[in-house]
Design a protein around this ligand. Structure first.
Ligand code: ATP
Length: 516
């Protein structure tokens, strides 16, 4: 774990050092859980959004896009259940004065039990070598069995307490398991109480409750209230989806772990409207489709897993998370929820307006069911970074071993697709030729011109921001209009003619290949 902590710190500091992510308002010592995306960060983030948007809107005839306002009529949040039920259980440690989410304290305790199981398995793997059968070991080893049972019992009890909003039982569990404050080691806890996660603000000059507005805690409600507008104007029939990317705000009780849990973040959500009764079929379809989307970008199958929800949200009849193996363990990256007709039916009730679909086949009108896929763009960014960050030994310009940090991002996500580098800075014939090449390429994709420092250092700088291709202009270029193209991961260098650069780089960095 220590190594993983170390890795996580390295990723965060790499993000800062290379202009991916900065702490918000850093000159004023920052604002907790709020971050700004730097020059390379914004490119990477835009590419992630594009990958998602294209996979939804461009690749599906029956999914259309939408961009709704962050502010919505306050009744929206009454209808959606957020005013009454968008709470997290909060607990304070009386000695350290630190604030925690009670369910997260219990989940962390469960993680420790899981770690014990994994330790037993690693030990046994070493002992038995190739003959080791993990499934059998899990089913028979008494220590593993005891811990697995303990884990399952706690998971069930936690889920029940969360579903019932039973704050007393959460407190009782913290005491029974002997959970201590991670900062101080103290077990002196306050009562557990509900804390609403929505930020509120005031509308214009209207005072008091009448002017109270919320910053949306999810983008989904903007889609629901526009269901009929979109359906009528696009003449879609069920099943069809509406996709949206936008900011969401949550007053998280504790926001650690860098961009994993922020108070202002971005969501990519798609609501798929379906005929009631078909939800399990679509639930399975979207589970599989979304998992493939993650794998296509290069994430390893073993770093992704499904995690069924133990306690269902007030609106769902089935829900699963796609978890990613972040440096701090498997955590939620995306949620897939079967939301039934909860949202549309509730908006019908509160607004007094019909939100129904007229089915031309059955000739009746009904409130559609909804299948949602919801992913945090920032969490996807962190997953991409965690996957890409690599330290490796490679030969330097003189053939000696040296360590390089390279971001092995999928080329379609890379912030800069290609760097144009004159071999030497003080040779005007090389720099002017390199500028000429750069000025041609910049029409096709994001590229960068760099002439400062020795060529080896420039390659390393491009590796560190994940640039898949470096083009070097040398004296031969002046003779025969050829350049070397260096590939980031293999370090292979090829000689190609200038007029081939654009098509080669375009072909190899094209996002379209991911959908094939
Ligand atoms: P968690 O259990 O981690 O708090 P959640 O279950 O509340 O997440 P959802 O309401 O399902 O999250 O939101 C959908 C997606 O939005 C999540 O899968 C996650 O990727 C992203 N997300 C939610 N909260 C945050 C946050 N505070 N910071 C960054 N991304 C977030």
């Amino acid at each position: 774990m220590a190594n993983q902590d170390e890795l996580f710190k390295k990723i965060a500091s790499h993000c800062k050092e290379y202009g991916f992510i900065f702490q918000s308002s850093e000159i004023y010592d920052g604002l907790s859980a709020t971050y700004d995306y730097g020059p390379y960060g914004v490119n990477l983030k835009n590419n992630i959004k594009q990958y998602w948007w294209k996979s939804m809107v461009q690749m599906h005839e029956n999914i259309v896009g939408l961009d709704t306002a962050i502010f919505m009529h306050p009744t929206t949040w009454k209808a959606s259940g957020h005013v009454d039920a968008f709470n997290d259980p909060l607990v304070d440690n009386k000695d350290s004065k630190k604030r925690y989410r009670a369910d997260v304290l219990i989940e962390n305790y469960m993680d420790k039990i899981e770690a014990k199981i994994n330790k037993e398995i690693t030990k046994a793997k070493k002992r038995f070598g190739d003959a080791f059968d993990e499934t059998q070991f899990r089913a028979t080893n008494p220590r593993v069995l005891a811990n697995a049972e303990k884990h399952a019992t706690i998971a069930k009890r936690l889920a029940t307490a969360m579903t019932d909003g039973n704050m007393e039982d959460l407190k009782a569990q913290i005491e029974e398991y002997g959970i201590a404050c991670p900062e101080s080691g103290s077990k002196n806890w306050t009562e557990v109480r509900q804390f609403n996660l929505m930020f509120s603000t005031q509308l214009g000059a209207v005072a008091g409750e009448a002017g109270k507005l919320y910053l949306r805690p999810e983008t989904a409600q903007g889609i629901f209230v526009n269901f009929l507008n979109v359906q009528r104007t696009t003449r879609q029939k069920l099943p069809f989806g509406i996709a949206q990317i936008g900011k969401a705000f949550r007053n998280e009780i504790v926001a650690r772990q860098f961009i994993f849990r922020m108070r202002e973040f971005e969501q990519m959500e798609m609501q798929f409207f379906i005929k009631p009764g078909t939800q399990m079929e679509w639930y399975n379809y979207w589970k599989e489709t979304r998992m493939k989307w993650h794998q296509a970008i290069g994430h390893k199958a073993e770093d992704l897993r499904f995690h069924d929800h133990d306690n269902l949200a007030h609106y769902a009849d089935a829900a699963v998370d796609i978890q990613y193996n972040f440096p701090f363990g498997f955590k939620e990256l995306e949620g897939i929820h079967s939301r039934t007709d909860f949202d549309l039916a509730s908006h019908e009730k509160y607004s007094g307006k019909k939100l129904q679909f007229f089915d031309p086949e059955t000739k009746d009108s009904y409130v559609p069911y909804v299948l949602e896929t919801s992913i945090g763009c920032d969490r996807m960014f962190l997953a991409a970074m965690s996957h890409a960050y690599t330290e490796e030994i490679v030969p330097d310009a003189k053939g000696k071993d040296s360590t390089r940090i390279v971001l092995k991002l999928h080329p379609a996500l890379a912030p800069i697709k290609c760097a144009v580098l004159p071999l030497l800075k003080n040779k005007p014939e090389l720099t002017s030729k390199a500028r000429e090449v750069f000025n041609k390429l910049k029409y096709s994709f994001d590229c960068q011109y760099d002439e400062k420092d020795a060529i080896g250092r420039r390659y390393r700088r491009q590796d560190a921001i994940g640039t898949p291709y470096c083009i070097t202009i040398d004296f031969d270029t002046l003779e025969d209009d050829t350049v070397t193209i260096r590939e980031r991961d293999t370090l292979k260098q090829e000689r190609i003619s200038i007029d081939k650069i654009a098509s080669i780089v375009l072909e190899r960095t094209d996002m379209g290949q991911l959908f094939a």
